[in-house]
Design a protein around this ligand. Structure first.
Ligand SMILES: Nc1nc2c(c(=O)[nH]1)N[C@H]1C(S)=C(S)[C@@H](COP(=O)(O)O)O[C@H]1N2
Ligand SMILES: [Mo]
Length: 188
């Protein structure tokens, strides 16, 4: 019978799989430890080394320049990165945005407040209720369709709502919170 014939091979098979598990553990454990380090990632107490593209002030607990947080792109890249596909009111079709959750940034800075005042390079300024960032996965995008956003083209940062995922976001009240050329946040 086949059972009798395969039986002798089972013990070695188990032994082999135990060995493989052990080897996998030995190879992957250091990798896990390493990625654990880089996941410590975003530290608002770090000093920016590159050009500061976002300044955050107001009701934040962690800062690196007096009571402000000055952030460069490399620091922002250390926040968990997110992709979001959505249409917008100012572009055609569906765009793929990459960036980080506003919620994650605010949390990392220890922000506590009822609203965030967002200011753009063109001095556009708007108050955004804090609830938005808890109710929706609002991202701060640095990349659109694989291309880095530049100040010429809605960059360096653009607040993007997951508009295609929530019918209620297709509304003028939300449209004006999509701040492009974002450069400053005040939490209050
Ligand atoms: N930096 C910046 N972001 C902005 C604006 C602006 O003038 N400057 N206009 C807001 C408004 S009122 C709307 S409806 C949407 C789309 O604006 P637009 O159609 O003028 O581009 O972007 C918002 N974000
Ligand atoms: Mo608008």
């Amino acid at each position: 019978m086949s059972v009798a014939r395969t039986y002798p091979f089972r013990a070695p098979a188990r032994f082999t799989s135990a060995l493989v598990t052990m080897l996998l553990f030995l190879t992957l454990a250091p990798v896990a430890a390493e990625s654990g380090d880089s996941e410590a990632g975003f530290d608002p107490m770090d000093d920016p080394e590159g050009e500061v593209i976002l300044r955050v002030e107001g009701a934040i607990e962690h800062a690196n320049d007096g009571d402000r947080a000055l952030l460069d792109r490399a620091m922002l890249d250390r926040l968990p990165q997110r992709e979001l596909e959505t249409s917008t009111v100012v572009t055609d079709g569906v765009n793929r945005f990459e960036g980080f959750l506003m919620r994650d940034l605010l949390e990392a800075l220890g922000a506590e407040g009822a609203e965030v005042v967002a200011t753009a390079l063109n001095d556009y300024i708007v108050d955004i209720p804090m609830e938005d960032f808890h109710d929706y996965d609002v991202i701060v995008a640095h990349t659109q369709d694989g291309e880095a956003l530049t100040p010429r083209d809605k960059g360096p940062l653009w607040i993007v709502y997951p508009r295609d995922d929530h019918a209620e976001l297709d509304d003028i009240r939300y449209d004006y919170r999509w701040v492009w050329q974002l450069e400053h946040l005040e939490v209050r």
